[in-house]
Ligand binder design. Structure first.
Ligand code: TYD
Length: 141
């Protein structure tokens, strides 16, 4: 799994004179069934969230309010996305380190996840993450 497997996802948007509505159906608009939803809010100006990788977890990250910046890192390449539209999410595959920062005051970062919360699925140390990326590459070769 690499950065090329992650991308922006255009979500359905139903807009009329009353406003707009977007929706996300598991295994339809995203390539996984949704087991968990969580959201970040009241994030302080200078705070960086994320700063971890996941072994198996797949996620869709949606800026339901405000904006923020996400940098994805697969251990070889990095790519930064500005998320600022509630109808566009970012799909993040397993084995990606992510840093989320530059939250606007009104930002709400909604995350749809393919698995229940499990601390065992995390890489919270960057060097450990890089070791795992290299070990996986050696297995594939
Ligand atoms: P953390 O992973 O540090 O948040 P972020 O990735 O946004 O920087 O999570 C903060 C705390 O919340 C940590 O103690 C783990 C806990 N947590 C849960 O209990 N369940 C969850 O689904 C998530 C995402 C976190």
């Amino acid at each position: 799994m690499a950065i090329k497997d992650c991308d922006l996802v255009d979500l359905p948007k139903m807009a009329d004179e009353r406003g707009a509505l977007s929706f996300i159906e598991g295994a339809r608009h995203i390539p996984f069934d949704i087991k968990r939803v969580y959201y970040l809010y009241h994030v302080l100006d200078k705070a960086t969230r994320g700063s971890h990788g996941h072994k198996k977890l797949e996620q869709l990250i949606v800026p339901v309010s405000g904006s923020f910046e996400i940098t994805l890192d697969d251990g070889r390449n990095k790519r930064t996305f500005i998320l600022d539209r509630p109808s566009v999410g970012l799909y993040v595959c397993p084995m990606i380190w992510r840093d989320i920062k530059n939250f606007s005051h009104d930002a709400v970062c909604l995350v749809l996840a393919s698995e229940y919360y499990s601390e065992d699925d995390y890489y919270r140390n960057y060097e450990e993450f890089i070791r795992a990326v290299n070990a996986n590459d050696n297995t594939i070769c």
